[in-house]
Design a protein around this ligand. Structure first.
Ligand code: ADP
Ligand code: MG
Length: 618
């Protein structure tokens, strides 16, 4: 993979501002672009240095901010002012982190356990958004320095399991850094793009992305179909990564040299020196069989075999996650067409071998595993910039989204193939007098009855003030955002009560299932239409019966015996036929009941209206 040095990049960059791709990692972050002349994704790096910028932020006494390698060097000597792994804090409350508190050697503010965390440095507080913002600002400045041109637009990657709040936090961090974040994309999607997957419109593939970074492990199962990436399943461990491999080596040496954990714990300088040597050994053993070094008067040796024994349990743990992810996706290893290696720790030969053996095929590791996500982000950025004309970015929802209405009917709010993002709102009302709650069940699919579709979520809108049926006005809105998250909100407009829920419609759904659902909707189209019209007739009949019954009850003294008698007969007639499945007969009886009740209904309405008018002085 070509890299750019300190020379300014020339070529098409004058006409159009470049959009950069950013991998904002837990351990390391970096920027990549499509080289305008080479038309190849390249990572940005200064002459003679790595493209990787450690995701570490240090605050000096004067609150000056240092980011990257220089900040990383201060981790041990200034633990309280040096913040690492800020990404883990994104969108989290102190409660979320309580169990892992000892992992962080800086101060996490815990005054309000429920609200979003802040990090305390001296007398100042920083939100994870601000911390990530500092990293992004540094990356932006680096990129501008290397490219010799302003950079203000970016695509940023996030883990596939990030929720909407965490994605929004990442966008906000970009904004703080002066970046217009055009899109947030999933890290495994970016890695796939870097390997050229998903760039052909007729491609159909199932991909496993194995990402072992510095402190986290993620396995994602993706389905690519017609340029659309779907996350079928994710699994992993947010506290397992290269750092744990380093620790295993360090503990092994400490044990060999009879240094107790307490001794190491109380001598931070020694511990840090050991840790650095351990990481060095690990990296070297990715290429050689033997490591030998000296630290003070300790002889530090390690063979590749020894390393393998030390880390085997950790690697085994990641394979357990792979098994679970496959099971969640409803797939077996044979269904996986391609395996992609991501994250610096996949350079360890044993990791590659274990993953290849598990999936029963060679893994894709030709690109630098710690750069591949940024390279993919750059490809996505280039597509957004409109430079990649061969590739039409298809961001559509593959199946319709809607809610259940009376009689179990599917009411579609967002039809399939709608462009994402999109939003829509529709009003509904209560069926019964005094109804104070409403069940909102969200479905995905093309069939007319919800029972034939896929249920995504259900919630109750409660606290609707009691009022006659049909008076409450419940607005249901669907917002499907660019990251594929559907936010369903229900609000009763008169009282202001509202409730919302978030779902990932594509989560756990394979391309094959989508296809099956579409095929089923076509094969059943005719019977579905018949069912729908029958259910609609039944629903109308039931409503009419309910309304008439209440009406009779309330106004019993205003309606003549004879009228009551005839109405009851008409009601019974309708009641008898409602379950018959004969739509036309139902319509007939509805019409008859309406005819019978109309005269006295009108009479009473008139009276009610007159009374109402009399009460108001106009
Ligand atoms: P993240 O995605 O979490 O930001 P990276 O993908 O940059 O992290 O991975 C960082 C990890 O990769 C570190 O633990 C580092 O020690 C490890 N690593 C980097 N190079 C090698 C190598 N050659 N062999 C083994 N591990 C490596
Ligand atoms: Mg990463």
């Amino acid at each position: 993979m070509a890299k750019i040095g300190t020379n300014p990049v020339t070529g098409g960059s004058q006409q159009q501002e470049m959009i950069v791709g950013i991998d904002l990692g837990t351990t390391n972050s970096l920027v990549a672009i499509i080289h305008p002349a080479l038309r190849q994704p390249v990572t940005l790096r200064e002459f003679n240095s790595s493209a990787l910028v450690p995701s570490v932020v240090h605050f000096t006494e004067e609150s000056t901010v240092i980011v990257g390698d220089n900040a990383r060097e201060l981790l041990i000597t200034h633990p309280r002012q040096t913040i690492y792994s800020a990404k883990r804090l994104m969108g989290k409350s102190y409660n979320d982190l309580r169990e892992k508190a000892e992992y962080f050697s800086y101060r996490i503010h815990d005054d309000n356990a429920e609200s979003l965390v802040k990090v305390q440095v001296g007398s100042r507080f920083y939100s994870p958004i601000e911390l990530s913002g500092y990293i992004l600002r540094d990356l932006k400045a680096r990129a501008e320095h290397i490219l010799k041109t302003p950079v203000s637009k970016a695509v940023i990657t996030v883990p596939a399991y990030f929720n909407d709040a965490q994605r929004q936090a990442t966008r906000d961090a970009g904004k703080l850094a002066g970046l217009d974040v055009l899109r947030i994309i999933n890290e495994p999607t970016a890695a796939s793009l870097a390997y050229g997957l998903g760039l052909k419109p007729d491609e159909d593939k199932t991909i496993a992305v194995y990402d072992l970074g510095g402190g986290t492990f993620d396995i994602s199962i993706l389905k690519i179909s017609k340029g659309i990436f779907e996350v079928l399943a994710t699994n992993g461990d947010t506290y397992l990564g290269g750092d744990d491999l380093d620790r295993a080596i360090m503990e092994h040496w400490a044990w060999l040299h009879e240094i107790s954990p307490e001794a190491l714990g109380s001598n931070k300088g020694l511990a840090q020196a050991f840790r650095l040597k351990a990481e060095e050994a690990k990296k070297q053993l990715s290429v050689t069989d033997y490591y030998d070094a000296r630290l003070h008067n300790y002889e530090l040796q390690l063979t590749r075999e020894q390393l393998q024994e030390l880390i085997r349990p950790l690697v085994e743990k990641t394979m357990e996650s792979c098994r679970k992810a496959l099971a969640d996706a409803g797939l077996t290893v044979r269904d996986i067409d391609t395996v992609i290696m991501v994250g610096g720790s996949t350079r360890v030969p044993m990791v590659k071998e274990t993953v290849a053996a598990f999936f029963g095929k060679p893994v894709n590791d030709s690109l630098n595993p710690d750069e591949v996500v940024a390279l993919g982000a750059a490809i996505q950025a280039d597509i957004l910039a409109g430079n990649n004309k061969d590739f039409l970015l298809l961001d559509v929802t593959p199946l319709s989204l809607g809610i259940e209405t009376m009689g179990g009917l599917m009411d579609v709010l967002i039809p399939r193939n709608s462009k994402i993002p999109c939003s829509i709102a529709r009003s509904y009302t209560t069926q019964k007098d005094g109804q104070t709650g409403m069940k909102i069940a969200v479905y995905q699919g093309e069939r007319d009855l919800v029972k034939d579709n896929r249920k995504l979520a259900e919630f109750n809108l409660t606290g609707i003030p009691a009022m006659p049926a049909g008076l409450a006005k419940v607005q249901i809105s669907f917002l499907l955002n660019a990251d594929g998250i559907l936010v369903v909100k229900a609000a009763e407009l008169r009282s202001g009560v509202e409730q919302s829920i978030e779902v990932k419609p594509q989560y756990g759904l394979s391309g094959e299932e989508v296809e099956q659902m579409l095929v089923a909707s076509i094969t059943h189209a005719k019977e579905d239409i018949q069912t729908r019209s029958l259910v609609e007739a039944q629903t109308e009949a039931q409503q009419l019966l309910d309304v008439t019954a209440t009406f009779l009850e309330k106004n019993v003294e205003m309606i003549s015996e004879e009228e009551q008698q005839r109405t009851r007969e008409a009601m019974n007639g309708l009641q008898d036929i409602i379950g018959s499945g004969n739509r036309d007969a139902i319509h007939e009886k509805i019409a008859y009941l309406n005819d019978v009740s109309r005269p006295f209904a009108e009479r009473l309405m008139d009276k009610a209206l007159k009374a109402a008018m009399a009460g108001k002085k106009i």
